[in-house]
Design a protein around this ligand. Sequence first.
Ligand code: FAD
Length: 408
Amino acid sequence: KSVEEVDVAIIGAGPSGSIAASLLHAQGKRVLVLEKQHFPRFSIGESLLPCCMQVIAEANMLDAVNQAGFQYKNGAAFRCGDQYTTFDFEDKFSQGPGTTFQVERAKFDKLLADEATKQGVEIRYGQSVESVDLTNAPQLTVNREAGESYRVNAKFILDASGFGRVLPRLLELGKPSSLPTRTAVFNHIQDNITCSDFDRNKILISVHPQNQDIWYWLIPFSDGRCSIGVVAEPHLLGDLTANLDDVLLEMVSQEPGLKRLLANAELINECGILKGYSANVTTLANQKFALLGNAGEFLDPVFSSGVTIAMQSASLAAKALVKQLDGESINWQTEYAEPLMKGVDTFRTYVEAWYDCRFQEAIFYQQPDVTIKQMICSILAGYAWDQKNPFVSESKRRLNMVVELCRS
Ligand code: FAD
């Protein structure tokens, strides 16, 4: 078997893999990205948060993303029964971009990967990482589609394999998520929306009128189509062994706001389903590997934080790794895992409070204090690492305070 030598082997060319590869290549590191599929390929996770634009800029990909014709996004709208509220991401507490895009991931992920390639990164498609040996220097075994395999020796491995979770599986790092198992059923639609009050520049999160555990996303694209999905614990979604189109349409018909908006919508693809996607790990990184994005922890889709966390992890890991490759000794816990988890834990506070409904109360509160709303808006815009925001630095206490305020 042939053996290749690189500085960093990256498993997966999704957003975290492409961004990490670009950042490392820019620092003169020899990077090889191994991607199992061929791009463009479908991925779920289509609504970005403004915070991730900073990382896209860091990787010198901002012009390409700005010019790709994606749907502009400036905020989030929430509806529950008669209650409707919007957050304008430009009106936020934290510094940084206030707008972003809603993207078909097939196109977006290919664009990032192609930009990395243009910058000089080598990405090999149709190559699946099958095993890892960390006894000495890290070594990967890679299968080509044709069947033969080869080895890659690297000084370090970045696992950016998303729900493939390659290293957590191979090294038995998996740990159950603290969140209950939920399921998402989704599709793309030709939306045919004519309602003048529909804001295509915002993701719409709707809550089921009778059961606040069930919520829907509606993510408009720039070409008259939308991504639609419903999320709930599986027993709340009806018969999931039945035709999934029927499951999705039935769930949509139970939410009067969506039913009205989507009266003339047509499903485009076969419905997709993802079950039990929340996951966690015992170790995020050590001297030989780091887990990026979804290969590490994945919380929940409700605040569209996945790609932002994935890119943030790529940026943090690349910085630490450049230092290590340049001979500095790195404490991966304090220089990578802990800073990354600060933001993830902020999102966790609000995700948990979304499902126990306290954060829903805060979101739909009709007389919000302007500054508090800006601070909450920052989190919804992805600035979950901004320690200057008290809703980040002491998220639980501030959230409790705001819920008290709504109830008083
Ligand atoms: P991915 O984008 O998943 O990329 C991983 C890549 O690794 C893939 O291309 C895969 O082919 C490759 N790979 C896997 N195994 C191997 C292997 N053995 N060898 C080589 N390559 C391999 N996030 C948002 O930001 N906004 C949203 O609106 C949003 N909605 C979501 C809705 C749902 C229902 C779910 C479940 C998630 C949602 N997310 C959303 C999260 C988002 O999908 C992910 O967080 C994001 O895709 C993570 O990026 P990544 O780079 O870590 O992995």
